[in-house]
Write a protein that binds this ligand. Structure first.
Ligand code: NAD
Length: 357
């Protein structure tokens, strides 16, 4: 009997559901930072999970937290502020924390979680400096806790299918990859503040292209060249870059070129050019509506829209860490994976003469 990838995904979720029905406890997550990604995506994703749930909230806004606590059935004793956050150590309802704060705060809240004996799911980019990223890895290792970086695309069927087409040789030898991802940012966002963001669109949006190219090929890049610019002199880009373009080369010889921006609507995509075929994934990094198209010599065209809806990507990533905590399986998208992107992004900044943390 053979299964499609979608059927296999369904079977895996089915197995989790069966175990949950057998009475296995769910992993409890504390949400640290109640902003867009945590409230609108990860928390709803956990609602749909059979292995994990939201059990605590950490916020600077008590009223917002109380409203969310009511929606998720979270007791008042499980609402924390940033000041009494370390008291999560005594709370058995919390197995893991989800860090969804501005980038430069990821390190502090990951390290404090590890010291409190909790596992961590930390948003990308994992930190704003390589030194912070290393301190996070060290703290989690010392505490014998898992550290996962929220690379949701790595658990998502379209990305996995794209990787299979690349790695199976179906597209032939991979000659070149192009990718882009960006958006037109509003003034006043913390993302424009260097201290909080650690960089501009590269750290926030370009990281998707970088991680996808590494994930698809399984290769680590060298020969990095880059340039950046500010086109809009309207005050938004006094601290971080507006545009950044970079090229890199993988050991196989595949050449890669990527663009990112905070100054224009730049739909996320990647295009892979192989000696036997071409694959185009767009949207490639959204929460839903992904689509993979490919043309391989002598074969019918491939056109695979992904009909899965938000927040399933978030359920999958939260379940992955939960599974790893419950059963000790291999953790993908680990702190070390986040570190590889951190080091490359710093190299990209160095290559174009920007400051490096
Ligand atoms: P957001 O601005 O919506 O939320 C940030 C949260 O941090 C808010 O609750 C805010 O109150 C809190 N906060 C605490 N101290 C703060 C401070 N000094 N300044 C500003 N906010 C402060 O941001 P977001 O879009 O939810 O992003 C949070 C993290 O998640 C970022 O690291 C971002 O890169 C990442 N993210 C990941 C994805 C994904 O798909 N994986 C998508 C969006 C964002």
């Amino acid at each position: 009997m053979s299964f499609t990838r979608r059927q296999l995904g369904g079977l895996a979720l089915g197995a989790l559901a069966a175990r949950a029905q057998q009475g296995e406890r769910k992993i409890g997550y504390a949400m640290v930072g109640l902003g867009r990604i945590s409230m609108q995506h990860l928390a709803p994703g956990l609602k749909a999970s059979k292995t994990a749930r939201v059990t605590a909230l950490v916020s600077g806004h008590r009223e917002k937290a109380e409203k969310m606590a009511a929606e998720y059935g979270i007791p008042a004793k499980n609402i924390y502020s940033y000041q009494n956050y370390d008291a999560i150590a005594e709370n058995k309802d919390i197995d893991a924390v989800y860090v969804a704060l501005p980038n430069s705060m990821h390190a502090e809240y990951t390290i404090r979680a590890a010291k409190a004996g909790k596992h961590v799911l930390c948003e990308k980019p994992m930190a704003t400096t390589v030194a912070d990223a290393q301190a996070m890895i060290d703290a989690c290792r010392q505490a014998n806790r898992q550290l996962m970086i929220a690379y949701r695309c790595q658990f998502e069927p379209t990305t996995l299918r794209a990787r299979e087409l690349v790695r199976s040789g179906k597209l032939g030898k991979i000659q070149a990859i192009e990718s882009a991802n960006g958006f037109n940012i509003r003034a006043g966002e913390w993302r424009l503040n260097m201290k909080l963001a650690g960089g501009g669109p590269l750290m926030d949006m370009g990281i998707y292209s970088l991680n996808a190219c590494r994930f698809l090929t399984g290769e680590e890049p060298a020969n990095i060249q880059a340039s950046w610019s500010v086109v809009d002199g309207d005050g938004r880009f006094n601290e971080v870059e507006e545009n950044l373009a970079w090229t890199m080369k993988f050991p196989s010889g595949t050449v890669v070129s990527c663009n990112t921006t905070y100054g224009a609507d730049m739909p996320g995509f990647y295009r892979v050019h192989g000696s036997k075929g071409i694959m185009h994934v767009e949207p490639a990094f959204g929460y839903e509506g992904l689509r993979l198209m490919a043309r391989v010599q002598g074969e019918p065209a491939i056109d695979e829209p992904n009909l899965q809806k938000d927040p399933l990507q978030f359920t999958r990533e939260a379940d992955h860490l939960a599974e790893s905590i419950l059963r000790g399986g291999e953790l993908r998208a680990s702190g070390e994976e986040g570190m590889r992107d951190m080091k490359i992004m710093m190299e990209i900044y160095r290559a174009c003469g920007r400051r490096v943390g």
